[in-house]
Design a protein around this ligand. Structure first.
Ligand SMILES: Nc1ncnc2c1ncn2[C@@H]1O[C@H](COP(=O)(O)OP(=O)(O)OP(=O)(O)O)[C@@H](O)[C@H]1O
Length: 265
């Protein structure tokens, strides 16, 4: 059996005297949608950056697809990076490039592919996220916020990754756009058999997508389990985060989703 997609062991992170992570462990298995939640400053973004190899922890191990991310250099590091896509929360697109060229950019950077192949592949990725060939020629400033997110998602999928990172994927979208973006991610996850790691504060997004939720508190992952088990945890952060009015509404969505799923069987 293949090992985990991501394995973080005894990770410690310090900025000066501030200890952000202490002996943090986290495992992500193939095919999961794992969401990271935690209070502001609990170290979610830092952890994501360490998994991506953009920051080095003070100590501990980060393995992605079985490779120690901090020991890889050169070509092998680039090859590993081509196996994941990342949707950043801000600054998702290059403003000076069309939607088409934004999606083509990772392909042009990593492969020496002929332009006609790139063209077909870009248009395919854009159609997967619901962007027409006419809109592909527009500049980001001429696209709506929802369309920019879709193009950014197409770019994250450009190299046909097995693993997708999403940082606050629905932040800044109104509820309808947010729902349709969530459906898009769910569809792509099924269709492309992706493993997804997501950071989100949005409970609707969290419950609609997550197969597991990892809770960052007390400098480590205190629990990583199904949404139902996580909301039942007797922990002050969990109670604050999930059990307000927003949380109860999102739980209702989760129940409906499970019922639809059970009826669909
Ligand atoms: N480069 C840095 N230098 C110094 N301190 C940093 C640096 N990056 C992060 N920190 C600190 O590390 C802690 C964790 O930050 P991080 O952004 O990872 O948290 P977060 O859980 O993503 O927070 P939020 O939900 O508010 O985005 C914070 O106290 C932050 O100020």
């Amino acid at each position: 059996m293949a090992g985990p997609v991501i394995q973080v062991d005894r990770l410690c992170t310090r900025f000066g005297d501030v200890v952000v992570h202490q002996d943090l462990d986290l495992t992500v298995q193939q095919g999961e949608i794992l969401s990271l939640v935690g209070g502001s400053g609990s170290g979610k973004t830092t952890l994501l950056r360490q998994i991506l190899g953009l920051e080095r922890p003070a100590s501990g191990n980060v393995r992605v697809f079985g490779e120690d991310i901090n020991r890889l250099v050169g070509q092998r590091r680039r090859q590993l990076r081509a196996r994941w896509g990342m949707l950043f929360q801000h600054g998702a697109l290059f403003s000076a490039l069309t939607a088409f060229d934004n999606v083509a950019q990772p392909m042009r950077e990593l492969h020496r592919l002929p332009e006609d192949l790139i063209r077909d592949s870009v248009l395919l990725k854009l159609s997967m996220v619901g962007i027409s060939p006419a809109d592909a020629l527009k500049m980001p400033a001429d696209l709506s916020g929802g369309m920019v997110k879709r193009v950014a998602l197409a770019r994250a999928l450009a190299l046909e990754p097995e693993l997708l990172f999403l940082d606050e994927p629905t932040a800044g979208l109104d509820p309808d756009l947010s729902d349709s973006f969530v459906e898009l991610i769910a569809g792509l996850h099924r269709q492309l058999k992706l493993t997804v790691v997501m950071v989100t504060h949005d409970l609707d997004t969290l419950f609609a997508l997550s197969t597991r939720i990892a809770v960052l508190a007390e400098k480590r992952v205190i629990a990583a389990d199904t949404p139902e088990r996580i909301v039942a945890l007797p922990h002050p952060f969990v109670e604050r985060f999930f059990l307000g009015g927003r949380g109860l509404r999102a739980m209702e969505v989760l129940r409906e989703k499970r019922m639809e799923h059970d009826h669909g069987k």
